[in-house]
Design a protein around this ligand. Sequence first.
Ligand code: DSN
Length: 413
Amino acid sequence: MFLKKTDPKIFNLLKKEEERQKTTLNMIPSENYSSQAVREALGSVLTDKYAEGYPQKRYYAGLKYYDEIENLCRERAKKLFKVPYVNVQPYSGSSANQAVYFALLRPYEKIMGMGLPYGGHLTHGWKVNFSGKIFNSIQYKVDEKTKLIDYKEVEKLALKEKPRLIFVGATAYPRIFDWEKFSYIAKKINAYLVADISHIAGLVVSNVHPSPVPFVDIITTTTHKTLRGPRGAMIMVTEKGIKKDKDLPQKIDKSVFPGLQGGPHMNNIAAIAVCLKEALNPSFKSYAKQIVKNCKILASELKKYNFNLLTGGTDNHLILIDLRNKNISGKDAQNLLEEAGIIVNKNEIPYDPNPPFNPSGIRLGTPALTTRKMKEKEMKKIAFWVNEVISNKKSVKKIRKEIKNFCKKFPLP
Ligand code: DSN
């Protein structure tokens, strides 16, 4: 109401974006729709306050209610993930991962993570990122044929290179992580083992993906993907991590503040607390189960249309498609699908012969569609549309209309 008067340009852009979200199918697997309650906390008076420090140890006045908010957030996270310690202040997943490195290592020490082209994240040691520049980074790949993590190869590489820290996690891996195998490898070389569960956090707390808690020392996660909260992140230390190094929690705290960040975004922390309460509700488990059910049915339908799914399918919330048999690049497919109202992202496939800006694949997933209460029947329809668009450019206009109508039945939260 106020925005419309004071800044109509931003107001109008915001309205347009709202309309775009309402009338398109968001299949970017790292995105979701947060609840109105989450957005209310995010857009609250808490945005105006500095709160450097931690509960009971702050550097500013006027913080009467902030310790309670941060403690609530921490307690809910501990309960949900079943961990003894959590830091809820990182501004983003990248900041959380930075804090882990700087808490445990000195520059140029050796780290190991999955390479970006194979599904890993930039911050897991990729060469253009701080993690690949400041640290001596060794990268593991997926197997060229199966596109699965080859645990024997990872073990060989780890034993040869002896990294001090191993990151496990991905942005484009459609299968389950075997935490136990990674734990066995890390133990052999006495490396810290860190799970970045940003993509799968919502699945982990709902038991649709095994939890890394018994097997790793530290867990990082963003809060806005399958967890369905505001943008933000958390760092957790497990019992195992504390057993290995009782000072780990303090090291993490110091690394976040004052090591890397200044004042925590308290509006964000309150919104994370709200999303954690939502995730503690039994209905969240059904939501997460449905994400995977939807993804599996979407995968099997796409296969019927002769789409080449990497690893042959999915165990989680996302699908990676190698489009080379369809004679279209990832970039062109992304653009064409967007014209029709289907939002996916172009993505490198492992061992991609094409460059990252025009890769051979697309990545798509079901967290946001499932938030809109779409189920198996709708997945079949969407797979049909994806195929129509990719195989017949002329169908785009007609399908755009159909999707607009279809979206009316599935309101945003
Ligand atoms: N941008 C995220 C994703 O899309 O997976 C990773 O940081």
